[in-house]
Design a protein around this ligand. Structure first.
Ligand code: SAM
Length: 207
């Protein structure tokens, strides 16, 4: 399957900066913010739980997580996206670990994160499945996965290849019984004329 590579995303993010538009920049996704805020509230203010932002793009969630008191790692193969993230962190006087790497090769330390965030990550099925296995291992007992992605019914933006799209049921099945389901939804985000933007929203907690 022909997948967008690091060069594709570098060019996209660079063009974005040139034109002053903000693809995957700025404010966090509202659904992600809602769920992550609820999770953050379960820790005391003095704690700094560890989060990883998988496929962090231009860093909108990495910056927001760090600002919200998470010790954050960003992982992406786009150097341009990571440079953008570094510049915002620097501007705000914040610090996060920025890792240039391939999600399909990610081999995390077991039980090393309280939160894994996957925001609009669409890999071919075998690689997506491997990524979920790595997430399951990377989370501490009691740790959370928050995943928002394009649903197979989505009609606005995002990948068109149905093999790259998954439902909440697919994600829940991949994680199995060792994870408690906090949210598993098909979320119609907006309508433009007769077309709908539909997301898959999943929040799981490792037992
Ligand atoms: C749709 S964007 C989402 C960006 C970000 N999560 C957000 O919501 O703003 C997908 C991101 O995943 C990254 N990505 C895709 N495949 C990847 C891979 N195999 N390894 C590392 N990063 C990857 C891209 O570089 C891009 O930054």
């Amino acid at each position: 399957m022909d997948m967008p590579n690091a060069e594709f995303w570098n060019e996209r993010f660079a063009a974005d900066s040139d034109s002053g538009t903000s693809l995957f920049a700025g404010e966090p996704n509202a659904t992600i913010a809602k769920h992550v805020e609820a999770i953050r509230a379960s820790f005391s203010e003095g704690e700094t739980p560890r989060a990883i932002d998988l496929g962090s793009g231009r860093g909108r969630h990495t910056v927001w997580l760090t600002r919200s008191g998470w010790s954050t790692t960003a992982l992406d193969f786009s150097s341009v996206g990571l440079e953008h993230t570094a510049a915002i962190l620097d501007h705000e006087g914040l610090d996060a670990e920025l890792v240039e790497g391939d999600l399909t090769q990610w081999n995390p330390e077991p039980s090393s994160f309280e939160l894994v965030l996957a925001s609009f990550i669409h890999l071919p099925p075998a690689q997506q499945h491997r990524l979920w296995e790595m997430v399951a291992s990377a989370l501490v007992p009691g740790g959370y996965l928050v995943s928002v992605s394009h649903h197979p019914d989505n009609q606005i933006h995002g990948p068109k290849n149905p093999e790259l799209l998954y439902t909440a049921k697919d994600v829940v099945a991949a994680f199995g019984d060792t994870f408690e389901v906090i949210a598993a939804e098909r979320d119609v985000v907006k309508r433009v004329e007769d077309r709908e933007a539909v997301d898959t929203v999943v929040v799981l907690r490792k037992r």
